[in-house]
Design a protein around this ligand. Structure first.
Ligand SMILES: Nc1ncnc2c1ncn2[C@@H]1O[C@H](COP(=O)(O)OP(=O)(O)O)[C@@H](O)[C@H]1O
Ligand SMILES: *[C@@H]1O[C@H](CO)[C@@H](O)[C@H](O)[C@H]1NC(C)=O
Ligand SMILES: *[C@@H]1O[C@H](CO)[C@@H](O)[C@H](O)[C@H]1NC(C)=O
Ligand SMILES: *[C@@H]1O[C@H](CO)[C@@H](O)[C@H](O)[C@H]1NC(C)=O
Ligand SMILES: *[C@@H]1O[C@H](CO)[C@@H](O)[C@H](O)[C@H]1NC(C)=O
Ligand SMILES: *[C@@H]1O[C@H](CO)[C@@H](O)[C@H](O)[C@H]1NC(C)=O
Ligand SMILES: CC(=O)N[C@H]1CO[C@H](CO)[C@@H](O)[C@@H]1O
Ligand SMILES: [Mg+2]
Length: 689
């Protein structure tokens, strides 16, 4: 046997700039050291393919035809990028085969098409079956989680991951629907319907149109569905992470603010909303910056009815609902308040006759003259005295935007809290299944602080994945002395260090925020100075106000502009105090609660900080949590969604996102128990301090 020989008729994959990978066949035996490989493409074109020890390795081998289309990638003889792509593609081209296993991982390709594979009869068909006996399906993963919870008495978590638009939220919803159906409550409490009703609400207040996804989740969520001793659903609990607040006051071209704003504007003429003072979303700054208030195929007024029905189903009272809508409307009015610059350029004013100021104050039940004053002034406290300072119109506009974001975020938290109250159970929860739907990796034309946070979170999630599935697995094999080869997985710790280590990106950002005259520019220069230590950092050649991070999934260029402002997120105490004094209980409550634990100082800093992970040795005695499933997804080939992607390489790139490492084996069920996911994925690494 000759390891470095390949023989005639051997079939290979060669890289191709157009098709990404092209199939070819070797037409002449090749021996080590020869400079070319004689190939023939499928259309019979001959090709001399240069090979060399350094630059041009021998091409990847193709799998025998009989294996192609396997429903588990780990069954392939050769598992590499072209093999994975080809196999997924072959399956995807068959009707309804959007799912493929890769060991314990379910890979889904977004079909962007309503498939008839999610009906109740399909749920029934998967219920009680073994994962391996059925076609790969999200229901099979859900069934496996349910079974392991019931049979093995172990709490479970399903992690849905993938880039924006991959179909994570849709998958999470199907998983929840599965649990609601197979774990329907034994009596008529319909708690499972309430659990499902949380989705439209969360989508209305937390989803928005981006250029990648008309229904993009702009927050992360982890829902734990609680089960009784008889494995019926008895309640649920939801945690949310890092709502993208900046969207409330700014949207890039062709993007929208949160759906709820448009839903409410579209329903403004209903009698019960007359006093909100709303008109078309086109008339409000905060809903019109993206230049297009419509989404094709979406009727905002109709969706609003669904949102209200869901609120009602959850048991949120009409008065509370109407308060929520008042808060939503007030934010739109706040954005339209005209801040007039004074001639000196150092100060500004707002007219007491500004109709939007009037609406804002009326809707929130707050004092108008106070608001008018504190929109344009701020208090400065020094050691010896307190005095009032004018704000320039720019400062006042920034402060107003910060206030708008703050109001929205408090309302969002309030709603989550109330949904949780409504889903709470009085009876004892025996076990749970958690579903984590985190925002996917993102790269846009212009990437800012939000993308930085999202991608940082994904970097950490990826690390969890790597370390649990690979490091622990390898350790287990070594300990058990099972013979196997140590695989070389991509460790993204260096990239995480770049972001969170001492003098890393976050550290420097926090430092710059403390410097009185700190600027985004200066921060960028400091970043460049520190760069040399990391292979994951680059300064773009053409810019000195942006930086590049080489993430596990992709290279992303971030614009520094706005990072300091967003990291500081200054909300002025005087404005908050006015809201706290609202004559409406709900509004006052919104701003009181958290202030007890962390008083909003003159600048309530909301920073993304890293908590150092506390590495715990896997301890068999304390495997208290989870066996778990992981579902990873890719996007479809571009022809399925022409307006979204035009780059034929996209599927390749996407599988790079999804397959940064490959599985040469299927991990045993046993070793999966070492995955303590809920604890680590309470995403403690993203703390707000
Ligand atoms: N299984 C599926 N079947 C049909 N369409 C899907 C499926 N998954 C996703 N989609 C489509 O893709 C869009 C984006 O999916 P979504 O779950 O919102 O992505 P993500 O949460 O990953 O950003 C959905 O609005 C839907 O139109
Ligand atoms: C119905 O379920 C709820 C929650 O599990 C429980 O508190 C209640 O006692 C049940 N009622 C009946 C009639 O079984
Ligand atoms: C987004 O989700 C909501 C709630 O499920 C749905 O009503 C709406 O049609 C979706 N929008 C798009 C653009 O898919
Ligand atoms: C603040 O602005 C007002 C109106 O422009 C001006 O009269 C006043 O002198 C300013 N105060 C300070 C401290 O600059
Ligand atoms: C599962 O979680 C519940 C809390 O929901 C807890 O009481 C129970 O002990 C956990 N079970 C295991 C096996 O860890
Ligand atoms: C950044 O680049 C611009 C031109 O691209 C230049 O005018 C400016 O001086 C540079 N700033 C620094 C701090 O290097
Ligand atoms: C690793 C790396 O990116 N190093 C760069 C750091 O910045 C200096 C000066 O801009 C470059 O010369 C290095 O190549
Ligand atoms: Mg989503």
């Amino acid at each position: 046997m000759c390891l470095l020989c390949v023989f005639q008729f051997t079939r290979v994959w060669i890289p191709d700039p157009e098709d990404v990978w092209k199939a070819a066949e070797i037409v002449k035996d090749y021996k080590e050291g020869e400079p070319v490989l004689h190939l023939q493409l499928e259309d019979e074109t001959p090709l001399e393919y240069p090979v060399g020890p350094k630059s041009n390795p021998l091409p990847f081998l193709r799998n025998p035809d009989i294996l192609v289309g396997e429903n588990d990638l780990t069954a392939l003889s050769y598992l590499h990028e072209p093999a994975v792509l080809h196999n997924l593609k072959v399956r995807f081209l068959e009707p309804n085969h959007i799912y493929t296993y890769c060991g314990i991982v379910l890979v889904a390709i977004n079909p962007y098409d309503q498939l008839d594979i999610y009906g109740e009869e399909v749920i029934r068909a998967y219920s009680g079956q073994n994962m391996g006996d059925m076609d790969p399906h999200i229901f099979a993963v859900a069934e496996e989680a349910y079974k392991q919870m019931a049979r093995d008495e172990r709490n479970q978590s399903i992690i849905v991951s993938g880039e924006s638009g991959a179909g994570k939220t849709v998958s999470a919803k199907y998983a929840m629907r599965f649990f609601a159906t197979v774990g329907g409550s034994a009596n008529d409490t319909n708690v499972e319907e309430k659990v499902l009703a949380s989705s439209p609400i969360m989508e209305a207040i937390g989803n928005a149109k981006t250029t990648r996804n008309d229904n993009s989740s702009r927050f992360g969520k982890y829902i734990q569905i609680g089960f009784s001793r008889h494995y019926n659903i008895i309640g649920a609990n939801m945690r949310t992470y890092l709502l993208e607040k900046s969207r409330v006051v700014f949207q890039a071209e062709d993007e929208r603010n949160y759906h709820i704003f448009y839903q409410l504007c579209a329903s403004a003429s209903l009698p019960e909303f007359k006093d909100l003072g709303l008109t078309s979303a086109e008339d409000f700054t905060f809903t019109s910056l993206g230049q297009n208030i419509f989404i094709e195929g979406v009727d905002d007024a109709e969706d609003f009815e669904k949102t209200r029905e869901a609120f009602t189903l959850l048991g949120i009272k009409d008065v509370s609902q109407s308060s929520i809508f008042k808060v939503v409307a007030s934010i739109l009015h706040l954005g339209n308040i005209e801040i007039c610059s004074e001639r000196d350029g150092e100060s500004c004013h707002v007219s007491v006759h500004d109709v939007h100021l009037q609406h804002f104050c009326r809707l929130l039940g707050v004092d108008l003259p106070q608001m008018e004053h504190w929109l344009c002034h701020r208090k400065l406290v020094t050691a010896s005295e307190t005095y009032v300072k004018n704000m320039s119109s720019q400062q006042a506009a920034n402060a107003r935007d910060a206030l708008a974001k703050h109001i929205y975020a408090r309302m969002f938290d309030w709603i989550v809290e109330h949904i949780n109250n409504m889903l709470q159970t009085s009876s004892k929860q025996h076990s749970f299944i958690g579903v984590l739907d985190i925002y996917g990796f993102e790269t846009f034309e212009i990437n800012s602080f939000e993308q930085f946070c999202i991608n940082y979170a994904n970097e950490k999630l990826q690390q969890q994945f790597n370390s649990h599935v690979f490091k622990l697995e390898q350790a287990e094999y070594i300990k058990e002395q099972i013979p196997w080869t140590l695989i070389d997985f991509y460790d993204n710790q260096p990239c995480i260090d770049l972001i969170e280590a001492r003098l890393g990106i976050l550290d420097l950002l926090d430092e710059e925020c403390k410097v009185p005259k700190g600027t985004d520019q200066n921060w960028a220069q400091k970043l460049y100075k520190q760069n040399s230590s990391s292979a994951h950092f680059q300064k773009p050649r053409m810019s000195n106000t942006s930086f590049i991070i080489i993430h596990f999934a992709d290279k992303v260029e971030y614009q520094c502009e706005g990072f300091l402002e967003k990291n500081r997120d200054t909300v002025y105490e005087e404005q908050i105090n006015i809201l706290k004094a609202s004559q409406f209980q709900l509004v006052a409550d919104l701003f009181h609660e958290k202030s007890d634990t962390a008083p909003p100082a003159k600048s309530s800093r909301v920073n993304v900080r890293s908590a150092k992970p506390t590495p715990k040795a896997p301890n068999k005695e304390h495997r208290k949590t989870v066996g778990h499933q992981i579902s990873y997804e890719t996007r479809p080939p571009p022809e399925n969604r022409p307006q979204q992607r035009s780059d034929p390489q996209q599927l390749l790139m996407d599988t790079k996102h999804t397959f940064p490492v490959l599985f040469p084996y299927t991990p045993s069920a046993l070793s999966l128990e070492t995955l303590h996911i809920p604890a680590s994925l309470c995403l403690d690494f993203l703390n707000r301090v």
